[in-house]
Design a protein around this ligand. Structure first.
Ligand SMILES: Cc1cc2nc3c(=O)[nH]c(=O)nc-3n(C[C@H](O)[C@H](O)[C@H](O)COP(=O)(O)OP(=O)(O)OC[C@H]3O[C@@H](n4cnc5c(N)ncnc54)[C@H](O)[C@@H]3O)c2cc1C
Ligand code: SF4
Length: 338
């Protein structure tokens, strides 16, 4: 394993101090639990000269959850979120997603902000410096081509794998983002711009596996929140290579409402499949009737159209897409019948 390079560690205790540090050290990276960032620093993927540790920022450490809504600060740990009784009671999809992340020690350190803004992953990227240099690097770092799709015309397909984003997406969550220009609140879905379309140039609002977040320079996430929707049943599940500690091959969050025999609301979101978490569009077409074999076929078609099949992980892309469809089918059926 490579030794860590030198960097300065800043430990602000308030949001004001974080903003000040951001101005004084424009190239500094934010440090949540460091469970992903420190690995990437050790591998020479990024080499920030300063890190701003967010753990002691008291304003970002609260969880508010009740029958009306949920609000979680960016520095809350994944263990705190997974074990919070009200989160488990009213927002099971969030508690279950948090409990599915990595292993217990990662969850004790890892934070909500770090998970929501997690870097995208690829078998050609999450490697040591010597491995990547032997392969001539790739577009996401200093190389000139994409090894996953050599004819990608400058587009990177690295995959977003954070488990919390799909859970919050099914709740219609919004995020607070702060920067030098002040605080803004936007739909969570709008910060993920990893569309990775070869026919569309990468812009500030339309990115790929390399430019996957719409945060402006210096901005960071302070909180995520959602309102409770009466009667919404929700759950999270994922397939991973090792059951104990592993990024998702595919993860799926489902939230639905049933009235009598009819499905009246259906939200399905994936992670581990595309350069962004995918909130499936078109699910309203499956609502207004019972969830039968025809609806299941319709769900499978939506998954096939919207889930990417690029091979960015150890499993073949088409297998990952099939897994995503099967997981969604099982979870929707279970929740509908529960
Ligand atoms: C063996 C192993 C298995 C793993 N398995 C999973 C898994 O199953 N599911 C999963 O989701 N993750 C997994 N991870 C990744 C990681 O542990 C989690 O995603 C964790 O939640 C990251 O949070 P963190 O606070 O440690 O982030 P950090 O590593 O501190 O930061 C991650 C990124 O977010 C940025 N950041 C941090 N806070 C903010 C903020 N407030 N606003 C904007 N940007 C911010 C950082 O600058 C960095 O770019 C795994 C990691 C390892 C090592
Ligand atoms: S998808 Fe292509 S450009 Fe992106 S990290 Fe993988 S190999 Fe590199």
């Amino acid at each position: 394993m490579d030794a860590l390079p030198d960097f300065q560690l800043l430990r602000p205790a308030s949001l004001g101090d974080v903003l000040k540090a951001r101005t004084e050290y424009p190239d500094a990276r934010l440090l949540g639990g460091g469970t992903d960032l420190m690995v990437n620093i050790r591998r020479g993927i990024v080499a920030p000269t300063a890190l701003i540790d967010m753990k002691n920022v008291t304003e970002l450490r609260a969880i508010k959850a009740d029958a009306k809504g949920i609000e979680v600060g960016a520095s809350v740990t994944l263990t705190e979120l997974a074990e919070h009784p009200e989160v488990g009671k009213y927002y099971p999809v969030v508690a279950q997603a948090a409990a599915h992340i990595a292993g217990p020690t990662h969850r004790n350190m890892g934070t909500v902000g770090g998970n929501i803004c997690l870097d995208t992953r690829c078998i050609y990227y999450n490697q040591s410096e010597w491995w990547r240099s032997a392969n001539n690097h790739c577009l996401k770092t200093t190389g000139t081509i994409c090894h996953v799709a050599p004819k990608s015309r400058g587009v990177c397909f690295a995959t977003f794998s954070g488990d919390l984003a799909p859970a919050f997406l099914t709740l219609g969550a919004e995020v607070d983002i702060i920067g030098a220009a002040g605080l803004r609140t936007v739909p969570l879905n709008s910060i993920y711009i990893g569309f990775a379309r070869q026919d569309t140039p990468v812009t500030e609002t339309f990115g790929d596996g390399k430019y996957y977040l719409s945060l402006r320079p210096g901005e960071f996430v302070t909180a995520v929140r959602a309102k409770n929707i009466s009667g919404l049943r929700s759950a999270y599940d994922k397939i991973r290579i090792r059951r104990s500690i592993e990024y998702p091959v595919a993860g799926v969050a489902v939230a639905l409402r049933r009235e009598g025999d009819n499905l009246v609301d259906l939200r399905v979101a994936f992670t581990g499949t595309n350069p962004r978490p995918v909130l499936l569009t078109g699910t309203e077409r499956l609502c207004g009737r019972t969830f039968d074999e025809r609806a299941l076929k319709g769900l499978e078609e939506l998954v096939r159209d919207q889930v990417m099949s690029m091979k960015t992980t150890f499993t073949p892309g088409h297998y990952r897409r099939r897994v995503a469809g099967v997981l969604a089918r099982r979870l929707v059926t279970r929740l509908f019948n529960s």
